[in-house]
Write a protein that binds this ligand. Structure first.
Ligand SMILES: [Ca+2]
Ligand SMILES: [Ca+2]
Ligand SMILES: [Ca+2]
Length: 212
């Protein structure tokens, strides 16, 4: 214990930031869509913690719609959102296809493990998800909810490479815009040890050794 304290004190101040749980652990804010906790079974927002609306009418959070299960926690997002929210009914031609994004601090050239869970909306055939990282398409996926009486979450795991110090991660609904389809939950991103990440960490480690 004493050694560890001494070692940490030997790390230059600027480098300490690299050893924080935020830098070494989860990079996505509110990737489980548990915030804000909603009172009913669904609600629409123009933004939620961590995520902003890029296109489409709103960000729709669902909680126990149809008695269905979240991938994690109690809530998820339906990317084919809604124009007027709960209690206002469905009008002819109402659409909901939306796109949401989050900007993440990254190390240029660094590799990251990106994971998320995608499910069809039970009973809806047409569910199509587009995932973009740094403005490049990294996944196009589709799923059918025909015959499902609960969500069927499929976990996707991708290795992505950042090209700048701020990277945008974007999820979009590509289904027919009709307020139904394309459920998303459990978004996570963590740094993988590689040349770019070690290139930043190593000078700090070496500096800390020289100071001991
Ligand atoms: Ca969740
Ligand atoms: Ca919807
Ligand atoms: Ca749809």
């Amino acid at each position: 214990m004493k050694r560890k304290t001494k070692w940490l004190l030997g790390v230059p101040g600027a480098c300490l930031l690299l050893f924080t749980p935020a830098a070494l652990g989860e990079l996505i804010i509110n990737g489980d869509f548990e915030e804000p906790a909603i009172g009913g079974t669904w609600e629409i927002f123009s933004e939620i913690p961590g995520w902003s609306l890029v296109s489409g009418p709103s960000i729709e959070i669902q909680r126990g719609v149809g008695g269905w299960s979240a991938y994690d926690g109690e809530q998820w997002v339906e990317l084919d959102s809604d124009e007027n929210g709960p209690g206002n009914g469905h009008f002819s031609g109402e659409g909901g296809s939306s796109s949401i994004e989050q900007s993440i601090e990254t190390i240029p050239g660094g590799e990251y493990l990106l994971t998320f869970a995608f499910s069809a909306r039970p009973g809806v055939n047409d569910n199509q998800l587009l995932v973009e990282f740094d403005d490049e398409v990294v996944l196009e996926a589709s799923a059918s909810g025909t015959g499902l009486d609960n969500t069927s979450w499929e976990l996707y795991e991708l290795i992505v490479t950042a090209s700048s110090d701020i990277t945008t991660l974007r999820f979009s609904d590509m289904s027919v815009s009709n307020t139904l389809g394309t459920l998303l939950d459990g978004v996570s991103m963590t740094a993988l040890p590689g040349p770019a990440v070690l290139g930043v960490l190593l000078p700090c480690l070496l500096a800390s050794r020289r100071r001991r």
